[in-house]
Design a protein around this ligand. Structure first.
Ligand SMILES: Cc1cc2nc3c(=O)[nH]c(=O)nc-3n(C[C@H](O)[C@H](O)[C@H](O)COP(=O)(O)O)c2cc1C
Length: 219
């Protein structure tokens, strides 16, 4: 399954079966975590077989069977949330390619993993992962025209980038992002309250895959 196909198939899944992540799937997922950490300097951890974190009464209202998740952490600087969004979504798409399902989960602080952080680090967010009971449902989309600004004709690569961005998960499915093209420079903005920067990283990952990183540069 290529990356775009995985983006098309991905939906948030909050209910998981008890099938464990193990063997080659676990090895491949952990390898991608290691690559993301190397490239980004983040301190992302894949936690498996932990039935407690998503087991509060509050959590069970929405999630069930969650025993595995990514804890997206890193140095607490201005870039942390955007990087967590970007690399977290890369892991989400890798998980989809490996036959797993995921859901970004801002409602869980992952606080109990704080002791594993290095000095000066913070947990940005947690993402659940596992074998879903279902494959979820595609989200509703805003009209594409409300999500970009282009002077003149829209290049094909920009449209492909927008199509990929619209497949991205955003907090509460708000899709409060805007891509602006001038020359071959793309500016991405997002205005979704405290989730703005995480959403921004997620949609930039999707846009970059859809548009092709060689076709443009980020503002
Ligand atoms: C930053 C972020 C935080 C989220 N937090 C939660 C959450 O706490 N609980 C939850 O059930 N879903 C959460 N979601 C999932 C969104 O509701 C979901 O991505 C959105 O409705 C779009 O649906 P889709 O992922 O199926 O495309 C979050 C998504 C993002 C991107």
């Amino acid at each position: 399954m290529d990356t775009i196909e995985a983006m098309k198939k991905r939906n948030s899944v909050r209910r998981y079966t008890d099938k464990k992540i193990e063997g080659d799937v676990l090895t491949a997922l952990q390898a991608e975590v290691d690559k993301c950490n190397d490239e980004s300097g983040l301190n992302i951890r894949l936690v498996t077989d932990d039935p407690d974190t998503f087991n509060s009464l509050f959590a069970r209202a929405m999630f069930s069977g969650t025993r595995n998740f990514f804890v997206l952490a890193g140095k607490d600087d201005a870039d942390l949330d955007e990087k967590a969004g970007f690399y977290g979504e890369r892991l989400v798409i890798k998980a989809q390619q490996l036959g797993l399902n995921t859901c970004w989960a801002a409602m869980f602080s992952g606080k109990k993993f704080s002791s594993k952080l290095d000095k000066g680090e913070r947990i940005a967010i947690v993402v659940s992962v596992g074998y879903g009971e279902t494959q979820g449902e595609p989200h509703k989309n805003k009209p594409m025209e409300s999500l970009y600004k282009v002077d003149g004709d829209m290049p094909d690569w920009f449209r492909s980038g927008m199509e990929a961005a619209m497949l991205a998960p955003t907090a509460m499915n708000r899709q409060r992002f805007l891509f602006t093209l001038s020359g071959n420079t793309v500016k991405a903005e997002c205005n979704n309250g405290r989730y703005s920067k995480i959403d921004l990283g997620i949609v930039k990952y999707h846009f970059e895959i859809g548009a092709g990183a060689d076709n443009f540069r980020w503002a």
